[in-house]
Design a protein around this ligand. Structure first.
Ligand SMILES: [Zn+2]
Ligand SMILES: [Zn+2]
Length: 255
């Protein structure tokens, strides 16, 4: 199985998984780059997985379905291009014969879902849309800080080798903030140097991994005393886990 981030718009990635013959894509906000990749590699698009309703994740679904007849999967409770198979927490699907588990991860949107897939002879993959970014997390457009913290805690509990396929290349900006929170984190310093090298070569910083995110992502580290301490320098009233998370997210929004 090949895992490929197809760049779209300014900073989106449309993730593609294929076996040289059949392909699936995740969150195709634009059909054109997907059609080009399918034609170039002689692939048949079988499945389209959607994480949430935002246009930069759904804009290409209709054209791709019309061109390929692909089966569309998406969240149970969000506005979606019909027809599709709607999915809720704990559902499993088997596109390309691969087993994917669906996790409901509200916060960025109210009904956002993520897909965790097991790949034979390779590390698992997580398609997490705009919930988890490398060294960051999505903005809270529809959900509460408590919901987002619970969603990220579930993702952090996945196997550490899981390849984290985020929908945006936000890594360098997120790292700048993460280092303001934890300037002494040596894993963070090393990751920033690595990510800068990749971006200088116009390469994606993704996929990341759950193990790496647990070491560098402040939004997965709000239980650690040094992160709590840093947040309380900004908001002294943040004194429980949800309040610390909320204050950290607000800090990032203004950073
Ligand atoms: Zn979004
Ligand atoms: Zn997005």
């Amino acid at each position: 199985m090949k895992l490929i981030p197809i760049p779209a718009f300014n900073d989106n990635y449309i993730w593609m998984l294929h076996d040289e013959r059949r392909a699936l894509v995740v969150d195709p906000g634009d059909a054109q780059p997907v059609l080009a990749a399918l034609a170039r590699d002689g692939l048949t698009l079988e499945s389209i997985l959607v994480t949430h309703h935002h246009g930069d994740h759904t804009g290409g679904v209709e054209v791709l379905r019309q061109n390929t007849g692909a089966q569309v999967y998406g969240p149970a409770a969000e506005r979606m291009p019909e027809p599709l198979q709607r999915l809720g927490d704990g559902d499993t699907i088997t596109p390309l014969g691969l087993r994917f588990e669906v996790l409901l991860v509200p916060g960025h949107t109210a009904g956002h879902i993520a897909y965790w897939g097991q790949i034979p002879d390779a590390d698992p993959v997580l398609f997490c849309g705009d919930t988890l970014f490398s060294a960051g997390c999505g903005r809270l457009f529809e959900g509460t800080p408590g919901q987002m913290l619970a969603s990220l805690t579930r993702l952090a509990a996945l196997p550490e080798a899981t390849r984290v396929c985020c929908a945006h290349e936000y890594t360098l900006g997120s790292l700048r903030f993460a280092l303001a929170v934890e300037p002494d984190n040596t894993d963070l310093q090393a990751y920033q140097a690595h990510a800068r090298t990749l971006r200088q070569q116009l390469l994606p910083t993704l996929p990341s991994s759950i193990g790496l995110e647990k070491a560098v992502n402040p939004f997965l580290r709000t239980h650690l005393p040094k992160v709590v301490h840093a947040v309380q320098q900004i908001d002294p009233n943040a004194d429980d886990p949800v309040a610390v998370f909320a204050a950290l997210r607000t800090w990032k929004d203004k950073f």
